[in-house]
Design a protein around this ligand. Structure first.
Ligand SMILES: Cc1cc2nc3c(=O)[nH]c(=O)nc-3n(C[C@H](O)[C@H](O)[C@H](O)COP(=O)(O)O)c2cc1C
Length: 368
């Protein structure tokens, strides 16, 4: 998917001249304030139970989600939180079987589990048919690096610095991203990265040929700051290193300036500047494994963040079914199913993404 997400190189020039500043949706939009509110760190402290439960949900919503759809809903009870899919936010073209949607729920659950420990609850997450029940048992608060990383993690779509990670760091990441039945395969050999890049390029070209894919992606792009702040979701262009533009202009430039070649070139630079690529794979294949894969990936991303290592998605090879088979065959992982392709490395932070307010994901006053 993802990612004709860096399409306005030409517009940057215009924006740099200030010619677009007046109409770019920048300035006075409140974006910076919204971003710092979204990502504020809240130290665990004695507060009313209902406030703690809402804080756990807020931490869950800081998880990554496909196209930043935030495809989740929550319900509070006194000692549990139910996490449900919000099917109104699905992406039927890039994610026809809701795989990414359930992976995103897994990411949210992992954030909630980490936050719960810091706030004094042992959380036990149990996937049921159409939801995940997170049971909370009081315990002595146990803050962790993973908890602190919830508010600093991001999907960083810029180039990294090309430096390798230490063997000990790779080992820690591999451990953090492993769960029963789920393994991250860490690739650091340059030839292996080129093989994955070839699949990313093929996937990019295949997706780009599909007008439905492009239309769906465009619908989730937030071209200007005001638009991003108003919706609190989607892919804000500055998070990919592009200038903020009013929708009428951004949309036209997107049609005009983004080509499969320009995107493939960008992916090549991103892969070649990365320290490595992790492919998350599971033994089985169904919503439960998708949720587990999301949990494993989010632990990996949080641990990476704690080490000062950034992560970003390159999921084309798992989104195009024929390429997914090719990837699995090349990795020689038997019947295991690859879920996510994640590059990692060190590099500068990018502008932060936004989230919708808590009231958008919780029912009106719950029984807490
Ligand atoms: C299942 C899943 C698939 C994703 N696929 C892509 C992708 O292919 N390309 C990309 O750039 N980002 C991808 N993302 C990252 C989201 O776009 C990102 O989480 C979202 O925009 C919010 O930004 P943040 O992670 O920085 O908070 C994916 C995230 C998830 C959970």
């Amino acid at each position: 998917m993802a990612t004709r997400r860096n399409f306005f190189r030409s517009a940057s020039v215009l924006a740099g001249t200030g010619a677009l500043a007046a109409c770019s949706g920048t300035g006075g939009s409140g974006y910076e304030q919204a971003a710092s509110d979204t990502w504020r760190a809240v130290a665990p402290a004695a507060r009313p139970h209902g406030a703690v439960m809402r804080e756990l949900v807020r931490c869950a919503t800081l998880a990554p989600s496909s196209h930043n759809t935030q495809c989740w809903k929550f319900r509070l009870a006194s000692r549990s939180i139910t996490v449900r899919p919000d099917f109104a936010r699905r992406c039927p073209v890039v994610d026809p079987d809701d795989h990414h949607l359930f992976v995103s729920l897994g990411c949210a659950v992992e954030n909630m589990v980490q936050a719960a420990a810091a706030h004094g609850f042992m959380a036990h997450a149990e996937p049921r048919d159409d939801r995940i029940e997170v049971m909370l048992e009081p315990m002595r608060p146990a803050s962790s690096d993973l908890f602190h990383a919830i508010t600093t993690r991001q999907s960083t779509r810029g180039e990294f610095d090309g430096r390798p990670l230490l063997p000990a760091e790779l080992k820690e990441l591999s451990h953090a991203g492993s769960r029963p039945g789920i393994q991250p395969l860490l690739l650091t050999d340059r030839n292996a990265l080129e093989q994955v890049l070839a699949l990313v390029t093929q996937g990019n070209e295949a997706q780009w040929r599909d007008p439905g894919f492009v239309a769906e992606l465009k619908a989730w792009i937030r071209f200007g700051e005001s638009e991003a702040v108003r919706t609190g979701d989607g892919l804000f262009s500055r998070c990919s290193g592009n200038p903020a533009l009013p929708r009428w202009l951004g949309s036209r430039l997107f049609d005009f300036a983004v080509t499969p070649k320009s995107e493939s070139d960008r992916y090549a630079a991103q892969v070649r500047s990365s320290a490595g690529i992790a492919v998350f794979a599971s033994r089985g294949d169904g919503p439960q494994q998708w949720i587990e894969a999301g949990r494993a990936f989010e632990r990996f991303a949080l641990h990476a963040t704690a080490l000062g290592v950034r992560t970003a998605h390159l999921n084309q090879p798992v989104e195009v079914p024929a390429l997914r088979q090719q990837l699995a065959g090349w990795l020689a992982i038997g019947g295991w199913r690859p879920h996510l392709v994640i590059r990692f490395g060190r590099g500068p932070v990018m502008p932060r993404s936004l989230r919708r307010p808590l009231d958008a994901v919780l029912p009106a006053p719950g029984p807490v």
